[in-house]
Design a protein around this ligand. Structure first.
Ligand SMILES: [Zn+2]
Length: 264
């Protein structure tokens, strides 16, 4: 590490569980963020500041004024720009150590396997069930650790998914997406910006823990945060032997697209 890097990361290098070796691991880590929106924004900022050496941003949208209430990777000056370009600009300004790769596209069954290839860890901050199930299935086939976060009104959920290490997958908990029309769309549901911040930052924290191999994993648990009651709950998330994806006799053996309306 250069003198500048030692100075930049000094507050985390002096943590005995991180140290110079841990910082090197962070600098060598490659994290892909699905979505540069409400969850991806705070996650990207903290991952970039911590010195995650390679960050990939996937998002097909452009910055809209109504995003700025929660998507803090973007500013009033980047309204109209692709979110991934706006995000890259911000991350480069915070930390020039970070190499940012941008993919200005929506993930789908045709492009996701190639997108995942170069990365160690995937953070899903997508805002719809279709993408969430697609990302889960793709990470399962590609054997990538997935940190999944979601928010709905005043409640957030967080879990780590790594069935390649013997833990349950997302479908062990939710075998299928809800039927279309059951979940309100973005405009109908609304979202408290700070809740997106809370869950996105927690996703970044779990990603850093997975990279460093520190602490307790969320791979067999689901964290539920109720912002109104100010309660965090961790519930067990067991492996389902009959899971359609990672069970003994899987029925899902290829990627399939689900079109379900937005949940944020
Ligand atoms: Zn499963």
């Amino acid at each position: 590490m250069t003198d500048e890097q030692i100075q930049r990361y000094s507050r985390q290098i002096i943590l005995s569980d991180v140290g110079g070796k841990g910082q090197q691991k962070l600098l060598q880590a490659k994290v892909l963020l699905i979505g540069a929106g409400g969850l991806g924004s705070p996650a990207a900022l903290y991952l970039g500041a911590a010195g995650i050496g390679t960050i990939g941003l996937v998002d097909g949208d452009v910055v809209d004024l109504s995003n700025l209430q929660r998507q803090i990777l973007h500013t009033s000056n980047t309204i109209g720009a692709p979110k991934v370009e706006s995000g890259k600009q911000m991350l480069s300004a915070i930390n020039p150590d970070v190499t940012v790769y941008t993919y200005s596209e929506h993930v789908n069954a045709d492009n996701i396997m190639e997108l995942l290839q170069e990365y160690d860890i995937v953070l899903d901050g997508s805002d719809n069930f279709g993408t969430r199930f697609l990302v889960n299935d793709a990470c399962y086939f590609a054997k990538k650790t997935l940190i999944s976060g979601s928010i709905f009104r005043f409640e957030g959920q967080l879990t780590t998914i790594k069935p390649h290490e013997g833990y349950p997958c997302y479908r062990c908990l939710y075998p299928e997406p809800p039927p279309a029309g059951l979940v309100p769309n973005c405009q109908e549901a609304g979202v408290l910006g700070v809740l997106a911040g809370t869950i996105g930052v927690l996703q970044a924290g779990e990603a850093i823990k997975e990279i460093l191999g520190l602490g307790e994993t969320l791979a067999d648990k689901l964290l539920i945060y109720d912002a109104l009651d100010m309660k965090f709950r961790k519930v067990g998330r067991p492996k389902d032997p009959d899971c359609p994806l990672c069970g003994k006799t899987p029925t899902i053996t290829t990627l399939e697209e689900h079109h379900v309306s937005c949940s944020i």
